[in-house]
Design a protein around this ligand. Sequence first.
Ligand SMILES: *Cc1c(COP(=O)(O)O)cnc(C)c1O
Length: 386
Amino acid sequence: MYPNILRHPGPTPIPKKVELAMAQNMISHRTEEFVELYQKTTQRLKPIFGTKQDILFLPSGGTAALEAAAVNTVSPGEEVVVITVGAFGDYFVSICENYGFHVHKLEKKWGEACTKEDLIEFLKPLSNIKAVFATYNETSTGILNPIDQLGEVVRTHTDALFIVDGVSAIGGAAPKMDEWNIDILVTGSQKAMMLPPGLALLSVSDKAWKVIEENNTPAYYLNLISYREWAAKGMTPNTPSISLIMGLSAVCDLIDEEGGFPKTVERHQLMKQMVREAMMALSIELLTGDEYASPTITAIKKPEGIDLSTFLGHLKKKYHLDFAGGLGPLQGKIFRFGHMGYCFPSDILEAVSLIEAGLQDFSYHFDPGAGVLAAQKVFLGSLRKE
Ligand SMILES: *Cc1c(COP(=O)(O)O)cnc(C)c1O
């Protein structure tokens, strides 16, 4: 009876308007109606990616689009740099290794960002790099890498393509694909895009298209040239996730309703700040510093003296509040508070209040109400600025 309060970093809650849009009668993907839906929606997504390029729709999770970005641009034996600051950066490493690329792994400690200086230093002994892969928002640690600066380094120090995993950032952060020298930018539907899983979005620069044309990829289903050919007609090579694209059109409506995409991004910044201040007021530590803190997810350290998995189980069972735990080396050490997509300051106040209730159940020593008050202060401050 009680709704599950889903504060995961994906899948995330779906707005009613999007659900209703997805419940429309099915249409064929080889009709005028679909072409119109496709063309309008890809246009409306451009500001969200910060690009003039078209957005391609893959009927898949984000991982398939990452794989498409890799296999279409690089051939076995060619050298690539993969920047990894956590679990999702490691995905890119695995994809590149599986395809037999010669991988140079720039690895940072989980909880840290890759800085411009790190990349410059790493590139020094290297030449012939075909592509540099990076994660925009590392979902396992809540780090937003400085992709603008990394893109600048790739442009000035190499001829390589810059390929960016934007899953869990796009929709909540504001990438500028063209300005930041990103050649391929990828996202999935179920993180900050307010949709269920099953639709990946991908955009490709002119520079990357040239490389793709010359690179004889063995890919069939993930062949981007074929996506581009069909996109010119407002269609996809195979059956697309039609319902999800109907939903995506409603997502664009909701963003317009909010006052445009910059407002959506501002809301994410505000929620980030509310969560961070609340945890500090409860003397609960954050994994990351302010500088590279993600606008869509916050990694929160285990409250002192509490067994984290028992605590998270308790929050779920008693208060229907559902958080994700830590991955890999951070398992049992952090939990992850997702504040992306269809999430509002009121949701943060609710979640913080329920965390406090849980902390009282566990006899954690704190001032009851301190976290809510701190979050509220940030929220009210933002209203006064308007
Ligand atoms: C979730 C996520 C992925 C994987 O996406 P799937 O849709 O699960 O395939 C990749 N990268 C990042 C940064 C993610 O958050």
